[in-house]
Design a binder for this molecule. Structure first.
Ligand code: MN
Length: 216
C-alpha cells in the first residue's frame, strides 16, 4: 500500500536537446523517486490519510496531522507536481497552443506571446526553488502564479492547469545558472494535448485529475 512513482511516458533522452538525458534520469528517478519514498514514509504513521488521493490531501493540509504536515506538504507536493510535469511535456511538442486552452489564454492575456513572456518572467523571478504556474480559481479565471519549494497551488485553492519546474535540478546540468534560457526553451517540449485534457477535466468539475495519485 503505497504511492507509486509513475514511469516516464517517453524515453529519458526523448526531450533532447531541450532537456538532456542525464537531467531527466536524475530528476525522475532520484528527485521524484525520493518525494514518493518520503511521502510513503510519512503516511505510514497515519494510514487513514491513504484513503485520499495526494491531490485531495494537498487541498486540505490543515487536516493532515501536525507531525507529518511539513513532510506531506513537501513530498506530496513534489509527487503531484512532478507527476503533472512529465505528462505535460512530450517529444516534438511545443508550437502554439491549441483547443480550449488556446482560446482561454487569448481571452485572458491578449495573445500567446504576451502570456509566455509573463509566465517566463514569473518563473525567472521566483527566488530560489519553486514552480511557475498557469492556474485557475474556477470558472473563466486564469492567472499566472509561482510557488516556493514544492508547494502546490491546490493548497491555496487554485487548480494547476500546468506548471514549469524552476528548481536548479530541472535545468542546471545543461543551462547552468541561466534559468531564463531554460524557461524560453521549455516551450519546445510542451504537450498542449495533455494541457487541454487537464483544463477540460477541471472545467467539467473533476476534482482529481490523476487517478495514479491514489494510495494503492
Ligand atoms: Mn523537480
Amino acid at each position: 500500500m503505497a504511492f507509486e512513482l509513475p514511469p516516464l511516458p517517453y524515453d529519458y533522452a526523448a526531450l533532447e536537446p531541450t532537456i538532456d538525458k542525464q537531467t531527466m534520469t536524475l530528476h525522475h528517478d532520484m528527485h521524484h523517486g525520493a518525494y514518493v519514498k518520503n511521502l510513503n514514509a510519512a503516511i505510514e504513521k497515519h494510514p487513514e490519510l491513504g484513503k485520499k488521493s495526494a491531490e485531495e490531501i494537498l487541498r486540505d493540509l490543515n487536516s493532515v496531522p501536525e507531525d507529518i504536515r511539513a513532510a506531506v506538504r513537501n513530498n506530496g507536493g513534489g509527487h503531484v507536481n512532478h507527476s503533472m510535469y512529465w505528462k505535460i511535456m512530450k517529444p516534438k511538442g511545443g508550437g502554439d497552443p491549441t483547443g480550449p486552452i488556446a482560446q482561454a489564454i487569448t481571452k485572458t492575456f491578449g495573445n500567446f506571446k504576451d502570456f509566455q513572456a509573463k509566465f517566463n518572467d514569473a518563473g525567472a523571478k521566483q527566488f530560489g526553488s519553486g514552480w511557475v504556474w498557469l492556474a485557475s480559481k474556477g470558472g473563466d479565471d486564469l492567472h499566472i502564479m509561482s510557488t516556493p519549494n514544492q508547494d502546490s497551488p491546490l493548497s491555496q485553492g487554485h487548480y494547476p492547469i500546468f506548471g514549469n519546474d524552476v528548481w536548479e535540478h530541472a535545468y542546471y546540468l545543461k543551462y547552468n545558472n541561466r534559468r531564463p534560457e531554460y524557461l524560453a526553451a521549455w516551450w519546445n517540449v510542451v504537450n498542449w494535448d495533455e494541457i487541454n485534457t487537464r483544463y477540460e477535466a477541471f472545467k467539467s468539475g473533476k476534482t482529481v485529475l490523476e487517478p495514479a495519485m491514489s494510495h494503492r
